[in-house]
Design a protein around this ligand. Structure first.
Ligand code: GRF
Length: 207
């Protein structure tokens, strides 16, 4: 294990299939960084069971105990700093981060979105793309900035919507792509291969 290896945390609210893909990729050496903390805002989220099974330190931070988003985020930042987290991976985290959170981890927060941004922003992206009738959709891995589903794009890949595809089939295709693309982007980021120039991400050695 290299001394320069970075530590990262996953923040998630739900089923955690992306967390599972990340855990497995790290085990296989496909993510050259250490997942050292999982945080959820939902006590009974299945993602916490996955973290427990993989023996990754986990935390449930209850939003009900905080007056507003800023104080909640302050608590999360405290845990991330205490754990020595270098960068943050959002995997179905159903909260909008405060500007303060984003400033604390500027260009160090990754998110996965189940559509080709800037199309179909929001939490119903797969459904929206399907019902709109687009022939091609996909997955976007991007850095998080102050605007929702907006930051510089690290990786994007397409999924073709076939005429015979049901919404359920499309969801399967999108999730399978997320599970392949997100670990790849995390590994690139962790190894310092992601540079931001304005709105654009340059993949490769640092400039
Ligand atoms: C994924 O579809 C991701 O794109 C979106 O939330 C979903 C999380 O799924 N942001 P899971 O909890 O990782 O299974």
């Amino acid at each position: 294990m290299s001394a320069a290896m970075k530590n990262f945390a996953v923040l998630a609210s739900g089923y955690g299939s992306n967390l599972q893909a990340i855990i497995e990729a790290e085990k296989k050496g496909k993510i050259r960084a250490r997942l050292t903390l999982v945080i959820s805002d939902r006590k009974d989220a299945f993602v916490l069971q996955r973290a427990k099974k993989a023996k990754i330190p986990l935390l449930f931070v209850d939003p009900a105990h905080f007056a507003d988003r800023e104080s909640y985020d302050c608590e999360i930042i405290k845990h991330l700093k205490t754990a020595g987290i270098d960068f943050v991976v959002l995997a179905g985290f159903m909260r909008i981060l405060s500007p303060q959170f984003i400033q604390n981890f500027k260009n160090k927060i990754l998110n996965v979105h189940p559509a080709l941004l800037p199309a179909f922003k929001g939490s119903r992206a797969i459904e929206d793309a399907f019902h709109y009738g687009v022939k091609v959709t996909g997955v976007t891995i991007h850095l998080v900035d102050e605007k929702v589903d907006h930051g510089p794009i690290i990786l994007q890949e397409t999924v073709v919507i076939e005429q015979k595809d049901t919404l359920a089939k499309l969801k399967k295709k999108i999730h399978a792509l997320e599970h392949r693309l997100y670990p790849k982007a995390i590994d690139l980021f962790a190894r310092g291969k992601v540079s931001v120039v304005g709105r654009k991400v340059i993949i490769g050695s640092r400039v």
